[in-house]
Design a protein around this ligand. Structure first.
Ligand SMILES: Cc1ncc(COP(=O)(O)O)c(C=O)c1O
Length: 413
């Protein structure tokens, strides 16, 4: 049975990943083999020559450790964009510092440098530049602005891996960058992340932070490996009388798999996995994904280029980027209705970010976001839909997505 169109739900996993995860469920000798982590880090350095890589258990942990390595703490401010997820302000709050939200520029999905300028104070210690959907943010402008004020620039490449901008890899413009290998990211080991820096001393500090942590408990590793296996069975029947969703909810309730964000985390509590070091078992999954990254990005770019040529719905901010985007954004008047209609047509399209801070069920107050403070982000969130670009989408599936979206060709804002 073939994989249905589903933007999330293990989009990067193919049969070889499932076979590996299945074997790893039983081959526990690999679960403690830290040599695997060195191999994975070496493989990532290939994308960032002249840099150093520290693997972490998530993108959240990468941001947390990186900010601690800069001694960011209570009383400091860190500027982040709205139109993001709680994973970005969370680590700022864990350091004791305050997240300050700057708005996005209209139709760009990333920082409006003018608003960033307004948000800089004596207390600003760092600016986190998010390359949303893989579209380069205004990194050169922010680096120049930060230099004037002696502020650290962290590139958030959680949604952009292997993307070139003006001939340079995203992640190499700022002082440091973070990656995520979460379940729906460019490549995935269900949980995982990394810090990229040019500074060997900082890397040593970051590695010492990793070494001070315990490996994750067995149950947690089993949950992540089982995630890969379970989705391979669930996906083909996902749209069959709601079976897929029911099975996934049941698996979560039985703690056979874990959620990306627990209910407590949405309320502001720090999740347990922040205290684990990166699991070598997940490192093996990551190595397999890294082997496929170039091919995946070539395919993403092909799909993006078809969307650019063939879509008639408004695609502000893209339309001519021709980059290997993680998701392709379109803007419509009635995103909720379209997302529901897509489900009726057995397609799961994306809603990143349908609130200035997602998941929308999280309490904005806990993450110190004040409603109305970033109007462009809030307005964009009302119109956004994202289309999948994952490598296993077939040409026929891309054609169906385009035909489906083009029915709504005149409803843009
Ligand atoms: C923009 C952005 N940055 C950072 C992260 C954190 O990544 P992780 O889920 O690996 O902690 C996420 C997670 O979704 C994200 O969307």
């Amino acid at each position: 049975m073939k994989r249905p169109i589903a933007i999330s739900l293990s989009p990067n996993t193919s049969q070889d990943d499932v076979a590996l995860a299945w074997r790893l469920l039983f081959l526990h000798m690999y679960w403690k083999d830290k040599k695997i982590l060195s191999r994975a880090a070496e493989s990532i350095v290939r994308l960032f020559p002249g840099h150093f890589v520290t693997l972490t258990s998530s993108g959240r942990q990468a941001l947390f450790d990186l900010m601690r390595s800069y001694s960011i703490t209570k009383g400091d401010e860190v500027i982040v964009q709205a139109f993001t997820c709680i994973a970005v302000p969370e680590p700022i709050l864990w350091t004791g510092a305050t997240p300050i939200y700057a708005d996005i520029a209209k139709d760009s999905y990333s920082f409006d440098p003018e608003d960033v300028k307004k948000k800089i104070t004596q207390r600003t210690k760092a600016i986190i530049v998010q390359h949303t959907f893989g579209i380069p943010g205004p990194i050169e402008e922010i680096v120049a602005l930060a230099k004037e004020h002696n502020i650290i620039v962290i590139e958030d490449c959680a949604l952009a891996l292997g993307v070139l901008h003006n001939g340079k890899m995203l992640g190499t413009f700022g002082d440091a960058a973070i990656l995520s290998f979460g379940r729906d990211k460019c490549i995935s080991s269900i949980y995982g992340g990394a810090v990229i820096t040019k500074d060997i001393h900082r890397t040593k500090t970051l590695q010492a932070m990793q070494n001070a942590r315990q490996l994750p408990p067995k149950k947690w590793v089993l949950q992540q490996l089982f995630h890969v296996v379970l989705f391979a069975f669930v996906l083909p029947i996902y749209f069959w009388y709601g079976m897929g969703k029911a099975l996934l909810v049941l698996a979560q309730k039985l703690h056979l798999i874990s959620r990306a964000y627990s209910v407590e985390e949405r309320k502001g509590k720090r999740p347990d996995h922040i205290d684990y070091s990166y699991s070598p078992a997940l490192g093996l999954l990551l190595l397999k994904q890294l082997e496929k990254l170039d091919a995946m990005n070539t395919r993403r770019q092909e799909i993006v280029s078809r969307y650019e040529k063939e879509l008639s719905v408004p695609t502000p901010g893209v339309g001519n980027v021709c980059l290997p985007l993680l998701r392709y954004p379109v803007q419509v008047d009635n995103p909720r209705e379209i997302l529901l209609d897509a489900k009726v047509h057995n397609m799961l399209l994306g809603d990143w970010y349908d609130a200035p801070l997602v998941p929308g069920s999280a309490s904005m107050a806990n993450f110190q976001y004040e409603k109305g403070s970033c109007p462009v982000s809030e307005e964009t969130a009302k119109h956004i839909i994202n289309l999948p670009t994952y490598a296993s989408l077939t040409d026929t599936q891309v054609t169906s997505i385009i035909a489906f979206m083009n029915q709504y060709g005149n409803t843009g804002n």
